[in-house]
Design a protein around this ligand. Structure first.
Ligand code: SAM
Length: 213
């Protein structure tokens, strides 16, 4: 049982407050990030190869990653804690479905999804709660479905909070997150580490996992 209500409220409030500026800041971000696009393209290819079915972007913010996944041929929808983010996503991409909700308690039947992307959203979850979130991802994932996690990597240190510009966030050793996802029932397909580009502070971690169940 997760008691993260204060984290959920604080995160939703913080992202509500900056949503318009955040959406503008990230709007064209992928243009200069070929490795990030490559990871998303690989995820989409694995999902398409495993058969048709819905994909969720959990912690979708203003929806630009959801739209990118749609452009890669996926049947995708977005979920986010922040009602303002969801409003912006609906305005920007009226052809896509976006819902307010938390990724720790999804309104989805067991084994409903063929894929899940958490693109810099698991970073805000208190580390002790991350195993419960991964268990929820596993619950809603069809056998053979794929999970993609993007996060700030800790470059040798333990999981640790840092001064994220919006609200508390954590950097993770890639092996630790891969280990927790493994304990939840996911099998690693591959990983990508990207060094920070100009203006970024931390190495970026990407983990592509498959539901082994
Ligand atoms: C750094 S933003 C990333 C947004 C989007 N994935 C992107 O890259 O543009 C993190 C997002 O995760 C959302 N978030 C954090 N915890 C969440 C939770 N438990 N359930 C749903 N969304 C959550 C926040 O509201 C925020 O919009």
């Amino acid at each position: 049982m997760i008691d993260s209500s204060s984290y959920l409220r604080a995160t939703a409030d913080a992202y509500d407050a900056v949503a318009v500026r955040y959406a503008e800041f990230v709007r064209a971000e992928f243009d200069g990030l070929p490795l990030d696009r490559a990871v998303l393209a690989a995820f989409a290819e694995y999902v398409r190869a495993a058969g048709a079915g819905p994909v969720a972007e959990l912690g979708c913010g203003p929806g630009r990653v959801t739209a990118h996944l749609r452009d890669l041929g996926l049947d995708v929808f977005g979920v986010d804690l922040s009602p303002v983010m969801i409003e912006l996503a609906r305005e920007a991409y009226p052809d896509l479905r976006f819902e307010v909700g938390s990724m720790h308690a999804l309104d989805l039947a067991d084994e409903r999804l063929r894929g899940i992307v958490s693109w810099y959203s698991i970073i805000h979850v208190p580390p002790r709660d991350v195993p419960s979130y991964l268990a929820e991802f596993r619950r809603v994932m069809a056998p053979g479905g794929h999970l993609l996690l993007a996060f700030f990597e800790s470059e040798g240190g333990p999981p640790a909070a840092f001064d994220h510009k919006v609200t508390t966030a954590h950097r993770w050793p890639i092996d630790d997150l891969a280990g927790l996802a493994g304990e939840a029932g996911f099998v690693e397909v591959g990983r990508m580490l990207r060094e920070p580009r100009e203006g970024e502070r931390f190495r970026r971690g990407h983990l592509l996992m498959r539901n082994g169940g």
